[in-house]
Design a binder for this molecule. Structure first.
Ligand code: ZN
Length: 409
């Protein structure tokens, strides 16, 4: 299969940025066999000279069971959890419901060009197995974690400490990290986990150093105060560090209200903050200072945090990242940085070495979009134009493992 268009490639001269080049991608047996710049064949199977050909987008923080409750506005985090989120997650007690919902979610993801996710399920084991199997069947790549909680949630959303750890251990065996869709170690957040559960999760992380760990960190100030009360005045990052959960494979959702010492702990461990700008503004949690984190050497990724965030499109999440940084100061990502972040940048942060890139040997996870603006003739930088004017209706096809998983119309 030959896919022609303006290829979104990594910028060799400016690491951390993307660039465009006319050319084509040859797909064979689910993988990218060839990437040719500067040459447009006269015939092709997909795309065309006016089309964008982008690596599939990567969302490094989202909650599968929360897609049906997007838009619950007007509540701070802890109230939002109790009032809207936990009732929605309760529905995943029914694994068949979880499978059907995940099938819908997978369709939504590929329709906006997302092919790789780092996702949370709920506390329910059978629902998590169903979610992994369903996403896998849909061809998506990434990880899903059973969101472990053994306190601070309604009775039907907490599990026994040992039971939860055993279940996650089983998931790690059933869906190993070498698979296209793997299990992650996912203590929901230190508020809803006892120290015993965090320690057990830390043990699993030590025994499985390749496995992604996902949790939440310093999203709101009341949450940080609650951590102080629950953990003898400890700082939030120190709670996770004490339990062996600050690792180079850890994706910490949010990381807004951290001090310099906490950021230094993250830097030293090469841990990642999964920045979720839209969820942060929507729940009025605060604004993560991306420029400061980068300056201090903290690794970053970007996530939608659906349903705290309301945008399924990672392009619009990237736009929100630019807007959040612009509001905080004079150092903000360029459109080229933003496109890199939601492709190769997120792949690097989450450790998916050959995702997020149009390169020979990588799985053919990509999408083709046809902007309805004269993006290649405009005086505006084309990457800026399509970032800020982005419209999901431009997506014509999304490929996962070389198969067309979404086709417009
Ligand atoms: Zn989250």
């Amino acid at each position: 299969m030959i896919v022609v268009g303006q290829l979104l490639l990594e910028c060799a001269e400016t690491p951390g940025a993307a660039r465009l080049a006319p050319g084509y991608v040859r797909v064979e047996d689910g993988f990218i066999a060839e990437v040719v710049e500067g040459e447009l064949p006269s015939t092709c199977d997909l795309g065309g000279p006016e089309c964008l050909v982008s690596p599939g987008l990567i969302d490094t923080h989202l909650h599968l069971p929360q897609f049906d409750m997007i838009g619950a506005h007007g509540m701070p985090l802890l109230e939002w959890l109790m009032g809207v989120t936990f009732p929605s997650e309760s529905r995943w007690e029914d694994a068949a419901f979880a499978a059907a919902m995940t099938e819908r979610v997978a369709k939504q993801l590929v329709s906006v060009g997302t092919t790789t996710v780092c996702a949370y399920s709920t506390v329910h084991h059978e629902a998590t197995v169903a979610a992994i199997e369903t996403l896998s069947k849909a061809g998506l790549r990434g990880v899903v974690g059973q969101a472990m909680s053994d306190r601070y949630a309604p009775d039907n959303l907490v599990g026994g400490t040992k039971e939860l750890l055993d279940q996650t251990a089983n998931l790690l065996e059933q869906f190993p990290h070498s698979g296209r869709l793997a299990a992650a170690i996912t203590p929901r957040f230190a508020v809803s986990c006892t120290p015993e559960l965090l320690s057990g999760a830390g043990r699993l992380a030590a025994e499985n150093p390749e496995v992604i760990v996902q949790t939440h960190l310093s999203e709101t100030i009341p949450e940080c105060q609650l951590i102080g009360e629950l953990y003898d005045g400890s700082k939030y990052v120190d709670v996770y560090r004490a339990h062996g959960l600050v690792t180079e494979r850890t994706l910490f959702g949010h990381g807004i209200h951290l001090d310099a010492a906490e950021r230094a702990v993250l830097r030293e461990a090469s841990a990642v903050i999964a920045h979720c700008p839209l969820a942060n503004s929507f729940l009025r949690s605060g604004a993560m200072n991306r420029a400061m984190a980068i300056n201090e050497g903290v690794r970053l990724s970007l996530g939608s945090d659906i349903g705290g965030g309301y945008e399924r499109s990672m392009v619009r999440v990237a736009r929100a990242m630019v807007e959040t940084a612009s509001a905080l100061g004079d150092v903000y990502p360029t459109p080229a940085d933003a496109w890199w972040q939601i492709t190769a940048g997120n792949a690097d942060a989450a450790g998916f070495a050959d995702a997020g890139r149009l390169q020979p040997g990588a799985p053919a996870d990509l999408f083709i979009a046809e902007p309805d603006l004269p993006w290649l003739e405009s005086p505006v930088n084309p990457l800026a134009m399509i970032l800020f004017a982005w419209d999901d209706r431009w997506v014509r096809q999304t490929l996962v493992r070389g198969d067309v998983a979404y086709r417009a119309g």
